[in-house]
Structures are given as structure tokens and as C-alpha cells.
Design a protein around this ligand. Structure first.
Ligand code: PBG
Length: 328
């Protein structure tokens, strides 16, 4: 039956009617709020390329988490900005590294009321800004695995609820899983940045995390944007190596990869709406070119519709606030 007997517009005539047949919902329970934490106290340093996002210190991070938790955001993803960097990124696995200290404080204050996810990578901690130590001008994959394993254990020992390797070295999930298991952390899940593309859209994040590579770029380890089948292979490998949650990143630029993963990968899926995706909307909305709230809801709904369970987003607090007013 077609037109004129069938008219799809009949079910779009009012908000309540549209609500009845809405296929996807956004709920705060799936949101993860990323935070940048540095040494010191009282810090709220605005990041010019990410309007509305600040580098925090542990005390201000605690207030930020308090606010987010009050809005029902259940989880945070932590990035550390150390005071000192070195060739081997030792701040990442030092027991008193910034993230380890932050996790201990957050868990002490919030316990199980906040899920603390720690980004597991060396790039914020290395003097050269790459995701592992350099040998012959290239990141030394196998040496990096040892350091990541140490960093994962340090984060778990501090109380991290989930560790999230984001380096894209081969074999890192297996190495981190083995180290966690051997150190008594077999209950700590791994959320792997499995399909992580070498994206221009991480630019603002690198300002925030002070992690821009000092030479060359990350195309030797992160994925090539034109490839989709390769993403599936990366995700399958990480599942085999023991990843509990699989991530696609960036999110809105790679919805095809997310939708494919939803069909083919039998694990919870996370999508990371990255800094550049955030900043595009912020800048356009600040100019009055886009309606901020409608744009943010629509793009987040796109991520949900494509198949994400977990949505990592700098918009988390705004989304949660709007959800309190009315269901999304
Ligand atoms: C660390 C890491 C990056 C992001 C998350 N973890 C940067 C990178 O790989 O250069 C990007 C997040 C964002 O852009 O919001 N390896």
C-alpha cells in the first residue's frame, strides 16, 4: 500500500505522537565524561581550542565529578597531564603519577558512585609526544607493551574501574590483560580503543593534553581513515586478546564503522565523540550558525542509532542536564 492510502506524516503530527514511535532514546546511564587532570591545586585552565573544557587539578576535578554525578552522569574518563615528561613516559606507570593520585582521591570520595575509566597511553607522558619509546625513529611496539602493562597495573592498583588502552600498538590488549591477571586485577575490565583512526579531529585534544608529537605523526600506528574492513580486523583481534568493551573513535565521522561493529562484534560498544567533533559544534553554535542544543542531541542520537552502548562525550553534562528536563 502506498500513497495516498499510506501517509507516513500521520505519525509525525505532534511531539507526543512522535515520542510513541521513537526508536532510540538517550539516557544518562550510558554517558562517559572525559576530564584532563594536572598537578597542583585550584586549577581551571580553559583550553582555547575546546570552548567550555578546562584542564583541572585533582581538587577541581572532584568538584567537576560531583556536578556530573549530580546530573546522573555515571562515569568519567581520565587523562593525565604530568609536570615532567621523559623518553619512556614514566609518569604513566609511577605509583605517584598524576592519574594514579587522581584515581585514589576520586575513589576515596565517590566509591562505587562513579565509574573511573583511565586512558592508558604514554603520549601525554613522553617528551617526544609519541605513544611509546622511540627506537630507530619509530615507536618500539614490543617495548611499549611492557610499559603499558605496568601503567595498566598502576591504574588498577590506584582503583581504576576500567582501563582503556588508546595507543594502537599491536598486542597491547593481550599484554595488559596478562599483566592485570598476574597482579590480582582479573576483575578490572579493558575498554580498548580498537578502531582508532589517525584523525585530524584529535587536534584540540592534543592542546588540552599537551600531547602533540614533536616529530612525524601517529599514522604509523593509528588507522588509516579510508579503511573499514581493517577496523573490523582490529576489533576482532582485540576481542580475541580479551577486550571487554570495544571502542570506535572518532564517533560521528565513523558511524559506518560503528554500525558494522554493532552487527559483527559481540561485545559492548563504546563510541568516542572526539575533541574536534565537539569543537566544530561549539564554534558554529557560538557564531549562531547552529542551534547548540538541537545539534548536540542530534549528533549524539546518531551515535546511539548507529549502535553505541557507551558514549564518551565532552557534551555529557549538557546532555544530562537536558535529560533532566525531558526525556531525549
Ligand atoms: C591518547 C588519546 C588521544 C585521544 C584520546 N586518547 C589523542 C591521540 O591519539 O592523539 C583523542 C581524544 C579527543 O580528540 O577528544 N592517545
Amino acid at each position: 500500500m502506498g500513497f495516498p492510502e499510506y501517509r507516513p506524516r500521520r505519525l509525525r503530527r505532534s511531539g507526543k505522537l512522535r515520542g510513541l514511535i521513537q526508536e532510540n532514546d538517550l539516557s544518562a546511564r550510558h554517558l562517559v565524561y572525559p576530564l584532563f587532570v594536572k598537578e597542583g591545586a585550584g586549577g581551571r585552565t580553559p583550553i582555547p581550542s575546546m570552548p567550555g573544557v578546562c584542564q583541572l587539578t585533582i581538587d577541581t576535578a572532584l568538584s567537576e565529578i560531583d556536578e556530573a554525578a549530580g546530573l546522573s552522569v555515571p562515569a568519567v574518563l581520565l587523562f593525565g597531564i604530568p609536570d615532567r615528561k621523559d623518553e619512556r613516559g614514566s609518569g604513566a606507570y609511577d605509583e605517584n603519577g598524576i592519574i594514579q593520585k587522581a584515581v585514589r582521591e576520586i575513589k576515596k570520595r565517590f566509591g562505587d558512585d562513579v565509574v573511573v575509566i583511565t586512558d592508558l597511553c604514554l603520549c601525554e607522558y613522553t617528551s617526544h609526544g609519541h605513544c611509546g619509546p622511540i627506537k630507530d625513529g619509530d615507536v618500539d611496539n614490543d617495548e611499549t607493551l611492557k610499559l603499558l602493562a605496568m601503567a595498566g597495573c598502576a591504574q588498577a592498583a590506584a582503583g581504576a574501574d576500567i582501563v582503556a588502552p588508546s595507543d594502537m600498538m599491536d598486542g597491547r590488549v593481550k599484554a595488559v590483560r596478562a599483566a592485570l591477571d598476574a597482579s590480582g586485577f582479573s576483575q578490572v575490565p579493558i575498554m580498548s580503543y580498537a578502531a582508532k583512526y589517525a584523525s585530524a579531529f584529535y587536534g584540540p585534544f592534543r592542546d588540552a593534553a599537551e600531547s602533540t608529537p614533536q616529530f612525524s605523526d601517529r599514522r604509523g600506528y593509528q588507522m588509516d581513515p579510508p579503511n573499514q574492513r581493517e577496523a573490523l580486523r582490529e576489533m576482532e583481534l582485540d576481542v580475541e586478546e580479551g577486550a571487554d568493551i570495544i571502542m570506535v573513535k572518532p564517533a560521528i565521522l565513523y558511524l559506518d564503522v560503528l554500525a558494522l561493529a554493532r552487527q559483527r562484534i559481540n561485545r559492548p560498544l563504546a563510541a568516542y565523540c572526539v575533541s574536534g567533533e565537539y569543537t566544530m559544534v561549539q564554534c558554529a553554535a557560538a557564531q549562531g550558525f547552529l542551534d547548540y542544543r538541537r545539534s548536540v542531541v542530534e549528533l549524539t542520537m546518531g551515535i546511539k542509532r548507529a549502535g553505541a552502548d557507551i558514549i564518551i562525550t565532552y557534551f555529557a553534562k549538557d546532555l544530562a542536564r537536558w535529560m533532566k528536563e525531558a526525556p531525549l
